[in-house]
Design a protein around this ligand. Structure first.
Ligand SMILES: NC(=O)c1ccc[n+]([C@@H]2O[C@H](COP(=O)([O-])OP(=O)(O)OC[C@H]3O[C@@H](n4cnc5c(N)ncnc54)[C@H](OP(=O)(O)O)[C@@H]3O)[C@@H](O)[C@H]2O)c1
Length: 403
């Protein structure tokens, strides 16, 4: 009898939560690239019917879920006989326990991703998360759920993925001196303070190196995104905030670095293309070949580094303060920032008002311990209320940024 050829493993069944967004679409591109390794079993999003229907027709999932009931009704008509369409928040959360989903991609912006992420973690499988806000607002809770269920957490955020790759997929041990989180510095890197405070929505959305959803693009301009990543990295790798450092690196080629006690520094480099960390999160430790553009060493002339300026970028300072205070402080930071970011995008406050609103909420809510999902949600609700009231008051007075 001849030797049996080993059978190729079946493609991993993926539930993509936030499929219509920037990370969701790029995840589906990774699936297109590796149909032998990945298949889509569920898609979920907020309200973008046109995109999710097109995605469902291409990828043939079992289930599609939309948070918006009217959008779900339209999708159900369009996809009749092709797949099941579910409506509402609970439907998205329930995808966390869909039997055929062997891995979940969490790419729903903001704290809205928290409950679906926890549910997916409770399923004990692979949870690849791009959404950073849940880890910031409820880090201990998420890690505790993962410890209990045995779920494997895989970061998609390029900086956290870079650190994870440099650390060989482990948490940081005693031989790590510091994590060096790189950031492009955003569109306002070289702008003076007054010009940043008065920047327009269009200015803030003009990111120099990455193309992303609106919320994270504004966070990148204020450096709040870097601050959220500092907290995400502390939580995920188990280090105090004084061992996480931010380095401005305008070329976005080095995605982050780890310094060890012997003085060695490991860095992960690549083109600014989120499909790389998405592919790694889903298929690690394998690194299958793809047709994505690679770094071109013949045109790469320089890699430069700068210290971030906490005076011109107060959101970064506030994030370090929240990280240092611990407990509920990062939850407050995140909630107030979500409200202020949306208010800026809606034209209700100037750019400088984002940090002012966050500082206001943090000042009124001293850190306290966070023990449960309900305490995270209580703190989140209170902080949103304080930020919203502040924004409304500033708007009434016709001001933008109050110190
Ligand atoms: N984009 C990047 O390069 C990047 C890099 C690192 C980390 N991240 C993180 O990944 C997350 C997603 O970012 P993104 O740039 O992909 O955002 P995005 O383009 O704005 O997409 C957000 C996705 O979430 C869905 N969504 C938003 N609010 C929702 C709600 N209340 N209920 C249900 N679905 C909702 C949207 O659905 P509809 O549009 O259909 O309403 C969309 O599918 C963020 O947390 C971000 O910080 C992004």
């Amino acid at each position: 009898m001849g030797a049996e050829t080993p059978r190729a493993a079946a493609p991993l069944g993926l539930a993509v939560l936030g499929s219509t967004g920037s990370i969701g679409e790029q995840t589906l591109d990774v699936v297109r690239t590796h149909p032998d390794r990945l298949r889509v079993v569920a898609l979920a999003a907020g309200r973008n019917v046109e995109r999710i229907v097109a995605q469902a027709r291409e990828f043939g999932p079992e289930v599609v879920a939309l948070a918006d009931a009217a959008a779900a009704e339209t999708a159900a008509r369009e996809l009749a006989g092709q797949c099941e369409v579910r409506a509402g928040w609970e439907a998205i959360e329930e995808l966390g326990s869909l039997a055929s989903a062997e891995a979940h991609v969490i790419a729903i912006t903001g704290i809205a991703g928290l409950r679906p992420m926890l549910r997916a973690i409770d399923g004990g499988r692979l949870v690849a998360f791009a959404t950073k806000e849940p880890l910031v607002a409820a880090g201990e809770l998420i890690l505790e759920h993962a410890r209990r269920s045995g779920a494997r957490l895989a970061p998609i955020d390029s900086e956290i993925s870079a650190l994870w790759q440099c650390l060989g997929g482990e948490r940081a041990g005693g031989n790590v001196t510091q994590l060096l989180l790189t950031g492009s510095g955003g569109p306002f890197r070289s702008w003076p303070e007054e010009r940043i405070a008065a920047a327009s929505v269009e200015d803030a959305l003009a990111h120099p190196t990455w193309k992303m959803g609106a919320k994270i693009t504004v966070d990148s301009a204020s450096l709040m995104n870097k601050g959220l990543e500092v907290i995400e990295a502390m939580r995920f790798f188990g280090l105090a905030e004084d061992r996480v450092r931010v380095v401005i690196h305008p070329q976005s080629v080095i995605h982050s670095m780890v310094e060890f006690v012997d003085g060695s520094v490991l860095a992960q480099l690549g083109r600014p293309d989120m499909r790389l960390p998405i592919q790694y999160a889903l298929l690690q430790p394998d690194r299958p070949a793809n047709a994505f553009d690679h770094l071109d060493w013949t045109t790469l002339r320089e890699l430069t580094f700068e210290e971030p300026d906490p005076l011109r970028f107060p959101c970064l300072r506030l994030a370090f303060e929240a990280a240092h205070a611990g407990g509920s402080a990062p939850t407050v930071l995140n909630a107030a920032n979500e409200v202020a970011n949306a208010a800026f995008l809606a034209g209700r406050i100037p750019f400088g008002g984002i940090a002012a609103a966050v500082e206001h909420a943090m000042g009124l809510m001293p850190a306290r311990p966070i023990e449960s999902l309900s305490s995270v949600e209580d703190v989140d609700r209170l902080a949103r209320g304080l930020a919203e009231a502040y924004i409304a008051e500033v708007g009434t007075r016709g001001e933008g940024s109050v110190q």
